[in-house]
Design a protein around this ligand. Sequence first.
Ligand code: AMP
Length: 214
Amino acid sequence: MSKIIVLIGAPGAGKGTQARLLEERKGIPQISTGDMFREMKNADTPLAREVQSTMAEGKLISDDLTYQIVKDRTSRDDCQGTYLLDGYPRTAVQAEQLENLAKEQGKEIQAFEVDVPREELMKRLTGRRSCPVCGEIYNIYSKPPKNEGFCDFHEGTQLTHRADDYEESVSVRLETYDANTKPLLDYYQSSGRLEKINGNRELEEIYVDLENLV
Ligand code: AMP
């Protein structure tokens, strides 16, 4: 049976990086709600403006809107088999909505917790920069680009600092994670669908664990 792989972890735990590796190396499509909202907010509509301000504050978008975009995206052909969700579900309501979607799509859910200590998360988030063209993620502390401030793969493209990676929003995002998303770990654990991965290691070490378990 094909699966819906769910990556759960605080902001900065490295879910996005691992999800991209699984897509590149195993061909598992990765669906990131955060990326989809970031794309959406560039449009000049009332909804886009609302998404933009909610995200900048580090708060969550409504469950129903989020469900709608996940449902639409995962109904495309590339999601007929196993696919991976990065950043979804993030609330109990979303987890319930995902159960229904999994049933409709005839898939089983397998959740992974990527666990990283809080001090490390702060450093990762406030140091994070990304390329607006290819999405490559850098960190000024641990993974600096070859030329400071510029993408290694897109010469002359200046790296961006996400609005919600500034310190104040980072604190709100971590609190939101503790209050809304952490309880989902018990939910998946109690139904025997959770694997825990130590995310405080080298990227490739984490990847090997994840790949073996997927
Ligand atoms: P991320 O890149 O996963 O950290 O997501 C960035 C922002 O997008 C979050 O802080 C939320 O504002 C919004 N977002 C992403 N995924 C969700 C979700 N599952 N539910 C609600 N809001 C979300």
